[in-house]
Design a protein around this ligand. Structure first.
Ligand code: 13P
Ligand code: SF4
Length: 364
C-alpha cells in the first residue's frame, strides 16, 4: 500500500536550474510499504511515547508507517532533518534530527555533516541552510511554504531604502528571501536582534521588514530604529485585550509572547523571546505554574513535552505555511529528492555574507 504519487511533477521553483537534478544525482528510491505492521508498531513505540498526549492512540497507525519509513530512508540517504519549533509534534518529536529556533537552525545547517538537508520549516529557512551549506543538497517538502514577512519586501525595496538613506545600516530579519538578505548589511533573528542592532556605531539603524519586532527592539536600545510595514500573519492577530481577559480571570498566569507580536502584547508579557528561549523559560517554571503561550499552535504542543508539570493556556494561531509540511511530504521529499532549494550563485555570495556576519557575531 502506498499513497505516494510516483507521477506527481517535481516543481522546482528554484532560483537557478541545476544542470543535474537531485533525483538524477541521488536516484529515486523504491516507495516503502506504508502499513502498520507489528514491526512498525514495535519500532515506533518509543517515539509514540513522546507524542501520546497530542496524538490519540487510534491515530498512531496512520502516522507510524511514515515515521518508520522516513527514519529508515533518512539513514540510507545520509540525510538530516532540521525542523523549526513550529512543526507538528509527530515531525518535531519523531523524525527531526535537530529542532530549534531560526538562529539555531542556521547554526546547525552550517555544521551539519550529512550530504542532504531536509528543511522542515518555511522556504526562507531552507534558503538560509543552502546559503550556509552551499555544497549540500537542501530539500524542502513543500516549496509553497512561504511567510508573510518574507513576502512583504523585495531586494529592490531594500536597494531603494539604501539609496534614500545612505550610510544607515540595514539589518534584515532572517525571515526574508536571499535577494533581500543580499542587499542588507547583516541578518538577525528574534533571539539576537538587539545585539545585532547595537553592533553598529551608527545612531540610526534599519531593522526590516517586521514592524513589530523593530518596535519591540526599539524599546531595548538607545538607537533610532527605522523599519518597514511587514507583519507576521500569525503573531499580529494577538491583542492585549484578549490576554488581559485571561490575566483578569487568573492573575497568577504568566504570559510569554514572541517578539513578532504587537508591542501592546509584548508590554503585558512576563517574558518575550525567540521560540527556543520561550521553551527554556517555560522549562524553568515550577510545576503547577500556569503559562499563557502567545505564539503558533504547535509550539504549545511541543513545549508541553519539554516542560512537564507546567500548565499551558494556548490561545494559539496556526501558521498555514509551517503546516504545509507533513509526514507524507517529507517522505516524498526523501524518496524523489525534491524539492531542491537553489540560489543564484552571485546573489548567494552576498546573502551568505549577511547571514555569516550574524552567525559569527559574538555573544557579547
Ligand atoms: P524564531 O524561532 O527564531 O523565534 O522565529 C519564529 C518564527 O516566526 C519563524 O517563522
Ligand atoms: Fe512567517 Fe509568522 Fe509563519 Fe513564522 S509564524 S513562518 S513569521 S507567517
Amino acid at each position: 500500500m502506498s499513497n505516494l504519487h510516483q507521477d506527481s511533477a517535481s516543481v522546482s521553483v528554484a532560483n537557478t536550474t541545476p544542470a543535474v537534478s537531485a533525483a538524477e544525482r541521488f536516484g529515486v528510491l523504491d516507495i516503502p510499504e506504508l502499513e502498520y505492521t507489528p514491526e512498525v508498531a514495535r519500532e515506533t513505540a518509543p517515539l509514540y511515547e513522546r507524542v501520546r498526549h497530542h496524538i490519540p492512540e487510534i491515530e498512531w497507525p496512520v502516522h507510524a508507517p511514515y515515521v518508520h519509513a522516513i527514519n529508515r530512508i533518512k539513514k540510507e540517504r545520509n540525510a538530516v532533518i532540521l525542523a523549526h519549533n513550529y512543526q507538528t509534534p509527530e515531525i518535531f518529536h519523531c523524525v527531526a534530527d535537530f529542532a530549534g529556533d531560526s538562529l539555531q537552525l542556521a547554526r546547525e545547517a552550517e555544521k551539519v555533516d550529512a550530504e542532504i538537508i531536509v528543511q522542515c520549516g518555511v522556504h526562507f529557512m531552507a534558503e538560509t541552510s543552502k546559503l550556509l551549506s552551499p555544497t549540500k543538497t537542501v530539500l524542502i517538502p513543500d516549496m509553497k511554504a512561504g511567510c508573510s514577512l518574507a513576502e512583504s519586501i523585495t531586494g529592490e525595496d531594500v536597494r531603494l531604502l539604501r539609496e534614500a538613506n545612505p550610510g544607515v545600516p540595514i539589518v534584515t530579519y532572517v525571515n526574508t528571501s536571499a535577494d533581500v538578505k543580499a542587499e542588507s548589511d547583516i541578518c538577525c533573528t528574534s533571539s539576537n536582534a538587539v545585539r545585532v542592532v547595537e553592533s553598529f556605531e551608527s545612531d540610526t539603524v534599519y531593522l526590516i521588514p517586521d514592524e513589530f519586532l523593530a518596535q519591540n527592539v526599539a524599546r531595548q536600545t538607545s538607537k533610532k530604529i527605522l523599519t518597514w510595514k511587514g507583519h507576521c500573519e500569525v503573531h499580529e492577530r494577538f491583542t492585549a485585550e484578549e490576554l488581559l481577559a485571561y490575566k483578569e480571570a487568573d492573575p497568577a498566569i504568566q504570559i510569554i509572547a514572541h517578539p513578532e507580536c504587537p508591542p501592546s502584547v509584548v508590554d503585558i508579557a512576563d517574558f518575550s523571546g525567540s521560540t527556543s528561549s520561550m521553551i527554556d523559560y517555560a522549562k524553568g517554571r515550577k510545576p503547577g505554574a500556569k503559562v499563557l503561550l502567545v505564539t503558533e499552535c504547535s509550539m504549545a504542543s511541543n513545549i508541553e513535552q519539554e516542560a512537564k508539570g507546567v500548565e499551558f493556556i494556548k490561545p494559539c494561531n496556526l501558521c498555514p505555511h509551517m503546516k504545509r509540511i507533513t509526514l507524507p511530504k517529507i517522505l516524498e521529499s526523501l524518496v524523489y529528492m525534491r524539492e531542491e532549494v537553489l540560489v543564484d550563485p552571485v546573489m548567494a555570495e552576498k546573502a551568505r555574507h549577511a547571514v555569516e556576519r550574524m552567525v559569527n557575531l559574538k555573544a557579547n
